[in-house]
Design a protein around this ligand. Structure first.
Ligand code: ATP
Ligand code: MG
Length: 427
C-alpha cells in the first residue's frame, strides 16, 4: 500500500463539523459590513511578488521571511497573497475606482504566510478585510472602529479591548525615527540580533518586537506620541473624542506600531485575553501613503483585518457558537412502494418549506438500520413512511431529540405545517 499524502503543515482542512460555524460567522460579517455601506470586492489569490515588496515593505516579517513566492512557467515571480490590502489597492487603481471617489470595500478569504505554526498562527488563514478610500478625516476611523465594536456586541464577546495609537505623518515619523535610533544605539548591547539589524533599516519595528528580553528597553523608549505633527495630533484628538461620544473604551498604546510599513496616523488593534499569545483578533489603521506608492494619485485610505481562525477560537472558548447545520428531518422508507412515494413526498416538502434541510435515506436496508442513520444524521425528526402510511397517504413524525414525548401519524398537510413551523422557529 502506498503512503498517504497529508496536508501541508499549517494549512488546515475545515471539516463539515466546523463549516456551520464558519458560515454563521461569515453571514454575520456580511450583514455587518453591509449595514455600514461596504461593498464586496474579490481579488485573485496570487499577485506579482513586486506588489507586496513595494507595499508591505522590504524590511518586514512578511516580506523578509513569510511569503510563499514562486516562479510560474513564464519565469515571473508570483506570491500567494499574505494579506489583502495590497491587492485591493492594486485592483482599485487598475479599474479606476479611486480617482475622485470614495469607496467602502470588503473582502473575505484565505491569506498565506510561512510562519511557525502554533495555536492561532497558521500558514493558510482567513481574514475579513475592510478598506475605505477617499476619506481623510477621523470620522471614518471612528466608524470603522464602531463597526468592530458592534461585531463583538453581536457575538456576545466581552473580553476584547481596543488599543489605539497614532503614527503621525511620514515626516513626523522620520524625525521620531532619528530620536529612536539614538536611544537604541545607546543601548546597543542590550538589543537582539534582529533588532540590531533593524536599527538601520527599520527601527520603529523594534517597538513591535515580541522578544520578552527587550520589553523593558522598549518600555523606556521615547514615545511616538510626543513627536506627532500638529495635524496628526488633531486627527488623533478628534478620533478619541468620537470614540468617547460612541461610548467605545480604549487605551492608548504608544508602542503599537503594527507589523506593516504602509501605516500612517491611526493604528489600532482589538486584543483578547482569552487566547494566550495570539490575542490580536483585529488590526488596522490608516495608510494614506500607499496609493501613491503603488502608482496612483495621492489618496487617503484606512483599513483593517479580522483573523477569522482566532475569532472562531475565541467564540468557541466563550461558548458563543450556535449549534446549527444538522438536518431538520430524515426520511425513513420501508416496505412496498415507500421509496417511490417517499422521493415524491420529499420533493413536495422541499417545494413548500423554504430552508428545510431534509435527508432522504438512500441505499435500502431495514427499519432499524435506517432509524440508526436518522439518529446519527443529527436530525430533529424522523419522517417514517411504511406500507400503512403509503396506503393511507400519511407520514409518521417521530421526535429524535426529546422535543416531544410521542410519535404521531399525520396527513401530509399537517406534517407540512408542523415542519414549516419548526424550521421558521429555528431562524
Ligand atoms: P501577529 O503580530 O499576530 O503576527 P500581524 O500583525 O502579522 O499579527 P496582520 O497582518 O495585521 O497581523 O493581520 C491581521 C489579523 O490577521 C491578525 O490580527 C490576526 O488576527 C490574523 N493573522 C495574522 N497572521 C495570522 C496567522 N499566521 N494565522 C492566523 N491568523 C493570523
Ligand atoms: Mg505576523
Amino acid at each position: 500500500m502506498s503512503s498517504k499524502i497529508q496536508s501541508i503543515r499549517g494549512m488546515h482542512d475545515i471539516l463539515p463539523e466546523q463549516t456551520p460555524h464558519w458560515q454563521f460567522l461569515e453571514d454575520l460579517l456580511r450583514d455587518l459590513v453591509a449595514a455600514y455601506g461596504y461593498r464586496e470586492i474579490r481579488m485573485p489569490i496570487v499577485e506579482k511578488t513586486e506588489l507586496f515588496r513595494r507595499s508591505i515593505g522590504e524590511v518586514t516579517d512578511i516580506v523578509e521571511k513569510e511569503m510563499y513566492t514562486f516562479e510560474d512557467r513564464n519565469g515571473d515571480s508570483l506570491t500567494l497573497r499574505p494579506e489583502g490590502t495590497a491587492g485591493c489597492v492594486r485592483a482599485c487603481l487598475e479599474h479606476g475606482l479611486l480617482h475622485n471617489q470614495q469607496q467602502r470595500l470588503w473582502y473575505l478569504g484565505p491569506m498565506f504566510r510561512h510562519e511557525r505554526p502554533q495555536k492561532g498562527r497558521y500558514r493558510q488563514f482567513h481574514q475579513l478585510g475592510v478598506e475605505a478610500f477617499g476619506f481623510a478625516g477621523p470620522d471614518i476611523d471612528a466608524e470603522m472602529i464602531a463597526m468592530t465594536a458592534r461585531l463583538w456586541r453581536l457575538l456576545g464577546l466581552n473580553d476584547v479591548r481596543l488599543e489605539l495609537n497614532s503614527l503621525g505623518s511620514s515626516e513626523a515619523r522620520a524625525a521620531y525615527r532619528a530620536v529612536l535610533v539614538d536611544y537604541f544605539r545607546s543601548h546597543f548591547d542590550a538589543l537582539d540580533e534582529e533588532s540590531k539589524r533593524r536599527l538601520d533599516s527599520n527601527p520603529l519595528r523594534i517597538l513591535d518586537s515580541k522578544n520578552p528580553d527587550l520589553q523593558a528597553l522598549i518600555g523606556e523608549a521615547p514615545s511616538l506620541l510626543d513627536h506627532l505633527d500638529d495635524e496628526s495630533a488633531e486627527h488623533f484628538a478628534v478620533l478619541r473624542e468620537r470614540l468617547d461620544d460612541l461610548g467605545i473604551e480604549y487605551t492608548v498604546n504608544p508602542r503599537l506600531v503594527r507589523g506593516l510599513d504602509y501605516y500612517s496616523r491611526t493604528v489600532f488593534e482589538w486584543i483578547t485575553g482569552s487566547l494566550g499569545a495570539q490575542g490580536t483578533i483585529c488590526a488596522g489603521g490608516r495608510y494614506d501613503g500607499l496609493i501613491e506608492q503603488l502608482g496612483g494619485k495621492p489618496g487617503t485610505a484606512i483599513g483593517m483585518a479580522i483573523g477569522l481562525e482566532r475569532l472562531l477560537a475565541l467564540l468557541e472558548a466563550e461558548e458563543r457558537l450556535p449549534q446549527t447545520g444538522d438536518c431538520h428531518a430524515y426520511l425513513v422508507m420501508v416496505g412496498e412502494g415507500s421509496e417511490r412515494a417517499g422521493a415524491a413526498l420529499a420533493e413536495r416538502l422541499r417545494d413548500r418549506i423554504r430552508g428545510l434541510r431534509l435527508v432522504c435515506h438512500a441505499g435500502g436496508g431495514g427499519f432499524k438500520a435506517q432509524m440508526k442513520r436518522a439518529d446519527r444524521s443529527g436530525a430533529d425528526w424522523a419522517l417514517i413512511l411504511g406500507e400503512d402510511e403509503v396506503a393511507a397517504g400519511t407520514v409518521t413524525l417521530k421526535p429524535l431529540r426529546g422535543q416531544e414525548d410521542e410519535q404521531k401519524t399525520l396527513d401530509e398537510a399537517t406534517l407540512t405545517d408542523r415542519l414549516a413551523r419548526w424550521v421558521s422557529e429555528e431562524n
